[in-house]
Design a protein around this ligand. Structure first.
Ligand SMILES: O=P(O)(O)OC[C@@H](O)[C@@H](O)c1c[nH]c2ccccc12
Length: 265
């Protein structure tokens, strides 16, 4: 069976459309609400869901995502429960899922076992936020699973020789950061996002999606014009934070105009 991420981007390419990608923390604020939230994202038209596997020391995350991981951990979220969440979602939805996490929880679980269990649960890709590309080559124990695409991050500050390496290594799509720093903040993407995307695309045919600091339809439209996909995290997570009793509805209402503007309607 072809990977869901590859099918998604093939379909979008042939219909000349851009992807809308939503990030939420798995299990925020609790298991059942989180399942409703990811279903609401899919039903609203999100093309791909980035699911954060909560970790206590999320170095690359800003305050909104840190607090979300914290809520999830306090509500009893664990790595096996995250896999259970994906299994439950897969009973009704085919939207691709990319797991976002750090090395520590995966090592604790067992690197190879995690990957095969994640595939069996229905995950399609993984982004290990604290795994530099050189470490992959240096640690053959970090076996990969052919059914779990390894997505890579490229920052505006990434030196060009590394851009080439990351662009050619990344599977499924490439995550281009619109700016440096941690997640969140609503300053919007930088004006030279088109140049950054073009530089990445000179090395590869793999789709390039852009995230960091996107929170309104105007910003989504600007990024959609420059890249293959728009990634929104903290602004969605904030909706969960502010509306714990009706998070799914709040998230659906919030992403609907963002998706419309990503799709150019
Ligand atoms: O929150 P923002 O600014 O909308 O950016 C997306 C981001 O939250 C999501 O992709 C993400 C969650 N955790 C991360 C850690 C590093 C890079 C990216 C992420």
């Amino acid at each position: 069976m072809p990977n869901r991420i590859d099918s998604l981007f093939a379909n979008l390419r042939s219909s000349n459309q851009k992807a809308f990608i939503a990030y939420v923390a798995a299990g925020d604020p609790d298991f059942d609400t989180s399942l409703e939230v990811i279903k609401a994202l899919a039903d609203a038209g999100a093309d791909l869901i980035e699911l954060g596997l909560p970790f206590s020391d999320p170095l690359a995350d800003g305050i909104v995502n840190q607090m979300a991981a914290d809520r999830a951990l306090k509500a009893g979220m664990t790595t096996p429960r995250v896999l259970e969440l994906i299994r439950k979602f897969r009973e009704t939805h085919e939207t691709p899922i990319v797991l976002f996490t750090y090395l520590n929880p995966i090592f604790t679980y067992g690197f190879e076992k995690f990957q095969s269990d994640a595939v069996a649960a229905g995950a399609d890709g993984i982004l290990l936020l604290d795994l530099p590309p050189d470490e992959v080559a240096a640690n053959t124990g970090l076996a990969t699973n052919p059914d779990l695409k390894v997505i890579r991050l490229i920052a505006p500050t990434t030196p060009s020789d590394r851009v080439k390496k990351l662009a050619t290594q990344s599977e499924g799509f490439i995550y281009a950061l619109s700016r440096t720093g941690v997640t969140g903040g609503h300053g919007g993407p930088s004006a030279n996002i088109s140049a950054q995307v073009a530089a990445i695309k000179s090395h590869t045919e793999t789709p390039v999606c852009v995230g960091f600091g996107i929170s309104n339809p105007e910003q989504a439209a600007m990024v959609a014009a420059a890249a293959d996909g728009v990634i929104v995290g903290s602004a969605i997570v904030k909706q969960v934070e502010m509306n714990p009793d009706h998070a799914a509805q709040a998230v659906r209402d919030f992403v609907t105009p963002l998706i419309a503007s990503t799709k150019g309607v």
